[in-house]
Design a protein around this ligand. Structure first.
Ligand code: SF4
Length: 382
């Protein structure tokens, strides 16, 4: 079995729920957060021996924790893992939830990369998205992160929200580039069922996002961020980095390599099996607390599936095509045991003739045209 190099830790708390959010998070409450951290510590103990190279604490909003709670979680990580092996240690931070004390404790805990959830610099956008912070909070958080000494920062942005103009998106991009982060993630807004935003759109209170405008924005994103002035390279559909600053943790996912996830709702992928923890925070905590001192990797699991070799092969192509480097034939064979052309020769031929994929030097990639219809291209491999 290939051992996992990537560990994800989920923190399912936020100071407020954003209007578009369907992630597993709820509003922060001190008492349940204390119990949650104690449960995380126990679960971490059951998976600490793997040879991790990357750790990613995401959410939710990890910095919604109070200072002591944050310190306790970071101590659990540095106390239980072999920190000498960890090359990249990322924590998601939201503007408005940080102060120098919290940031110094991240730095002292070994965190060397921060993903800052800005989403927009426009007050109009932040209001529509229901974010808990202002434009000023975003700038303040970024500058404080630099002052504390973080030299590997990523900014998350969302485009294509209802009513956003291409000009407003250009301003967001320019605002991010002016700050000079090492990495930028730019995601097109997806309106998920059951969210307040979806309800407002259905009732007509908020207009439906315009797909043609979103497509224009995607084109603008690529040309602007990869221009000589901005200096980023696109390495994944929605991710742009300066040289040497690609997110190693996420690349592990895109290569469909094994990983471990702990916390409520976290997913693990080990030895061809995918499993996930119970999603509800209270049920997660109760399940872990009920284990009398012997938490195992299965203590909070509610779902498990063994993927067939064909399914694993399909997922390997689909995930790898998200990256501009695509996937090489030899790499595919090494990871799945199948020949790429024997398995998908017909599909690849057809999509290459349509100009959506390219196969050059034994490497399969999305073309620029394919990138704009990436989801449909990927479905062809299922
Ligand atoms: S900060 Fe992120 S996880 Fe929390 S409510 Fe907003 S979108 Fe959801």
């Amino acid at each position: 079995m290939t051992l996992p190099n990537a560990l994800y830790i989920h923190v399912p708390f936020c100071v407020k729920r954003c209007s578009y959010c369907d992630f597993n998070s709820s509003v922060y409450q001190t008492k349940i957060a204390d119990r949650y951290i104690a449960a995380l510590e126990k679960e971490l103990g059951s998976v600490a021996d793997y040879p991790y190279k990357t750790v990613y604490i995401g959410g939710g909003t990890p910095t919604a924790f109070g200072e002591k709670q944050l310190g306790r979680m970071l101590s659990a990580v540095s106390g239980l893992l072999d920190m000498k092996r960890i090359e990249e240690y990322t924590v998601e931070v939201n503007p408005g939830t940080v102060n120098p004390k919290k940031l110094f404790s991240l730095k002292d805990g070994g965190v060397n990369r921060i993903s800052l959830g800005v989403q927009s610099f426009s007050e109009k956008g932040l209001r529509l998205l229901g974010r808990a912070h202002s434009r000023k909070d975003a700038f303040d958080a970024f500058h404080t992160l630099r002052q504390v000494g973080f030299d590997n920062l990523s900014i998350d942005l969302i485009f294509g929200w209802p009513g956003q103009t291409t000009g407003e998106w250009a301003e967001d991009l320019a605002g991010a580039v002016a700050l000079g982060p090492e990495h930028i993630s730019a995601y097109c807004l997806s309106v998920e069922r059951g969210t307040p935003l979806a309800r407002d759109i259905r009732s007509g209170r908020i207009p439906v996002p315009d797909e043609a405008v979103q497509l224009d924005m995607l084109k603008k994103t690529m040309s602007f961020l990869t221009s000589a002035g901005a200096g980023y390279r696109r390495y994944e559909i929605s991710n742009f980095a300066r040289r040497g600053r690609r997110c190693r943790h996420n690349i592990n996912y895109w290569k469909n390599l094994p990983y471990v996830g702990i916390g409520a709702g976290a997913v693990s992928y080990l030895d061809g099996r995918r499993s996930s923890n119970v999603r509800d925070v209270l049920r997660y905590v109760t399940r872990i607390e009920a284990e009398a001192g012997s938490v195992t990797q299965n203590s909070a699991r509610t779902f498990r599936e063994r993927l067939t070799p064909r399914r694993r092969a399909a997922e390997t192509v689909i995930m790898s095509l998200r990256m501009t480097s695509g996937i090489g034939e030899r790499d595919f064979a090494g990871r799945t045991g199948f020949s790429l052309l024997e398995l998908y020769g017909d599909v690849i031929d057809r999509l290459c003739r349509l100009g959506l994929l390219s196969m050059r030097q034994n490497r399969l990639r999305l073309t620029r045209k394919g990138l704009f219809v990436a989801d449909s291209v990927m479905m062809e491999f299922l």
